[in-house]
Design a protein around this ligand. Structure first.
Ligand code: ZN
Ligand code: ZN
Ligand code: FE
Length: 757
């Protein structure tokens, strides 16, 4: 006989792991017990040598589909007495290392139950099992057991109790297990909170079909839903939400409906169907029934499939695809509470589909793009966060990186696990600060994380910089673009030094200028700026992100040989701008007051979008650049540029590019043509600069990071071009290339610096 203690770490709670062990033990004639603790799952087992080996092997090879074993250790122990194999209750002592699976989309078995009229869960909107359902959105504390969740207030009925206690049942120890007689319920109310009689699902579907806007309480917060095929209805939602221009995501009934509206590759289909169910950005098809109001001016459409029973039930009854956008007031985080939603969304939604299971943590939907057939993250939240990312080398200290100002996430790095928070949003208002603090408290509590070092951006005015300074921890400042490249290094588990192309909108440089078109030599602890794009004045600083004709003004100033009069003349010829505004621009450029120099690549895309007539003002950061990408096509023509290597760092002179664009504009060349040439030019510029730097440094690996690389046309061309020239490009795969991935890089840099000390 052999007596062993087996410890399993990873995602082993809330995924049917103990019942799996129970069944396995019975099959292999093993006696003892299995329990959850704060580190994972512990098994005390006794059995014959041969049985034991088979048992241990099967734990690894036959684990449940949603489980993820990160570590399995076996140790011999003293003999103990056991007459059966049982599932013992959880233990809560010890340091918390257990990993909980993220929230999972309703599984196919549960879906078929809710559509089976003979099943006791027929049309029950809170159906789940150990393979699916809510996790992080209902959890207060670990271990992941019912009393520690927002299901605690629902007492299971006899039938549910039986399932919960039956090791052979799919719902054995499914913490949110519930049914119509004992679990949460839906309630449909109007703006005044008056209850609407009738079946809440059917009524909601009817309201949506008749053009109403309904706030629907989901997994990680409220959605605002409406008919995605109707221009009037979507425009009405935009008006009420004060959200103009920004694309909305659309929920479609099934993969067939997705394919009727968008081009869905087999890889995209797999991601759409995955238990994580992110919003997937897909090229829209000609003749799609989505209204043009849904994603104005963009070539890709954010599409996702139902991921809760409520979604499945509604989508089955409604006759159109639905806009499903975060239920928030512009620039506030997503609502999670019934009263909060009615209070804050009553100016937007006509009706509210509520339920009485509390959402404990806010989670937005995740968004992914596809690059080379694989996931390329854009926004990481539901289904992904805060499941830790494995990184290397392990950090000796626990580090809290506060992240950037926009598209904020934070990251706590402990050992080789990086707990990247869900998408928080733009850290500019008290509401977002609250969301940040809630999420930080919950991640610290769930994983017993005690940060020792705080990390912040170099920008002195960022709210996150202030938070880090006020945290009472020793602080490390990390340059924005170094953080981008470090994030890409960590994302790809690279070691040593790489060339980094950090291209984005804006980031605080270490020389008082705004950076954003950077070529770095970097490892985790340090970086050197080897080259950057030519710098242009950016009159008004951040204001120019939205008034992009101001970016153009800065460019024209440089093209005209720094002649203010010529600049104003050209500006007038291109855009209709009032006198006062021109005066302000002139003053800022000539005096340098609130007029930083910027090497931003994102702003260069904005400027070209403005020059070709797409828009001279933007509603959201990057809007013009996205629209410029949307009208581009494959092209091998390009504009001239020069790499000036007499300077240190090298300056890539983009003035000839703008000269070319301007002359094409004045010659009435088609906007799509200009955009395509410009894309090809920027790709060539990156490839040639990297080649030159590779020759100088001997480095062959190139990390591509920053929001500009969300531009798939540019990314594809750069990636293939670098490979052609014998360099090895790396792109983000686990965290976004945009500022959503910054906190990971910040944490890695601080870990590397602190371990050198
Ligand atoms: Zn299920
Ligand atoms: Zn029940
Ligand atoms: Fe950035």
């Amino acid at each position: 006989m052999r007596y062993v203690r087996i410890e399993v770490k990873g995602i082993v709670q809330g995924v049917g792991f103990r019942p799996f062990i129970y069944r396995l033990a019975t099959k292999h004639k093993i006696l003892g017990r299995v329990s959850n603790n704060t580190r994972g799952v512990e098994i005390l087992a006794c059995g014959k040598d041969s049985d034991m080996n088979g048992f241990i092997d099967a734990i690894k090879s036959k684990a449940p589909p949603q489980a993820l074993i990160e570590e399995l250790s076996v140790g011999e122990i003293d003999p103990f007495h056991a007459s059966s194999f049982e599932i013992a209750s959880s233990r809560t002592d010890g340091e918390k290392e257990v990993l909980i699976s993220p929230d999972l989309a309703t599984c196919t078995k549960c879906v078929s139950e809710i559509f089976d009229s003979s099943n006791r869960r027929y049309r029950y909107p809170f159906t789940n099992c150990t393979n699916c359902g809510p996790r992080f959105t209902i959890i207060k504390d670990t271990p992941y057991d019912r009393p520690n969740t927002s299901m605690a207030k629902f007492k299971m009925c006899a039938d549910c109790e039986r399932e919960y206690n039956d090791p052979a049942d799919r719902r054995f120890h499914a913490q949110p297990n519930a049914c119509p007689s004992c679990g949460p319920h839906l309630l449909l109310v109007d703006r005044e909170g008056r209850i609407i009689e009738g079946d809440p699902i059917t009524m909601t579907a009817n309201l949506l079909d008749s053009g109403k806007i309904v706030a629907i309480k989901g997994l990680g917060g409220f959605h605002l839903a409406c008919d995605a095929s109707s221009r009037e209805v979507v425009a009405e939602l935009r008006g009420r939400k004060q959200r103009f221009g920004k694309p909305f995501a659309v929920m479609v009934r099934d993969i067939g409906e997705a394919k009727r509206c968008c081009k869905v590759s087999p890889e995209a289909e797999e991601i759409l169907n995955s238990p994580r169910r992110p919003i997937v950005l897909l090229p829209e098809k000609e003749g799609s029934i989505f209204s043009k109001e849904v994603a104005p001016g963009l070539s890709h459409q954010g599409v996702f499939l139902p991921y809760t029973p409520v979604h499945h039930l509604i989508m089955k009854e409604v006759s159109v695809p639905l806009v499903m956008t975060s239920g928030n007031v512009s620039s506030e985080p997503i609502c999670i509470d019934n009263d909060e939603a009615i209070e804050r969304l009553s100016g937007i939604a006509d009706f509210f589909l509520l339920h009485n299971r509390d959402i404990l943590v806010r989670y937005d939907d995740s968004v992914v793009h596809l690059f080379k057939g694989k996931e390329y993250p854009v926004r990481r939240a539901r289904g992904y966060a805060p499941y830790p990312l494995r990184v290397q080398p392990p950090s000796k200290k626990t580090i809290l990186a506060f992240g950037p100002e926009l598209k904020n996430t934070f990251c706590i790095l402990r050992g080789e696990q990086a707990f990247l928070s869900q998408h928080i949003g733009d850290m500019e208002t008290a509401y977002e600060l609250e969301h940040f603090e809630e999420a930080l408290a919950s991640i610290k509590r769930l994983f017993s994380l005690e940060p020792e070092i705080a990390v912040h951006d170099l920008h002195p005015d960022y709210l996150t910089t202030q938070l880090a300074r006020e945290s009472g921890l020793p602080c490390v400042g990390v340059q924005h673009h170094h953080a981008h490249i470090a994030s890409c290094i960590a994302d790809n588990l690279l070691e040593g030094e790489v060339l980094g192309v950090a291209w984005d909108g804006t980031g605080y440089g270490d020389d008082g200028t705004i950076w954003g078109g950077e070529f770095l030599k970097a490892n985790l602890s340090s970086f050197e700026r080897l080259a950057h794009l030519y710098t242009y004045p950016m009159p008004g600083g951040d204001a120019a992100i939205f008034r992009i004709y101001r970016i153009v003004a800065g460019v024209l100033f440089e093209l005209s040989g720094r002649d203010l009069e010529k600049t104003a003349g050209l500006l007038n010829r291109l855009f209709r701008i009032d006198e006062k505004e021109i005066e302000a621009i002139n003053f800022q450029i000539s005096s340098g007051f609130n007029c930083p120099l910027s090497s931003s690549s994102g702003r260069a895309f904005d400027a070209v979008a403005a020059l070709v007539g797409l828009r001279s003002e933007a509603v959201y950061d990057g809007q013009a650049a996205c629209e410029l990408e949307a009208i581009s096509f494959d092209c091998r023509e390009y504009y001239n540029f020069e790499i000036d290597d007499s300077k240190e760092p090298f300056v890539v002179d983009t003035r000839p590019i703008f000269d070319g664009v301007l002359s094409d504009v004045f010659n009435s060349v088609d906007a799509g043509e200009i955009s395509s040439r410009f894309h090809e030019t920027m790709a060539r510029l990156i490839i040639e600069t990297c080649l030159k730097l590779a020759e100088d440094t001997g480095l062959k690996r190139v990390a591509l990071s920053g929001g500009v690389f969300q531009n798939i046309r540019l990314l594809t061309r750069v990636f293939e071009g670098l490979e052609e020239k014998g360099l090895k490009p790396y792109v983000h795969r686990r965290v976004p290339a945009n500022d959503g991935g910054i906190s990971l890089g910040q944490a890695m840099v601080a870990a590397s610096i602190s371990s050198c000390e």
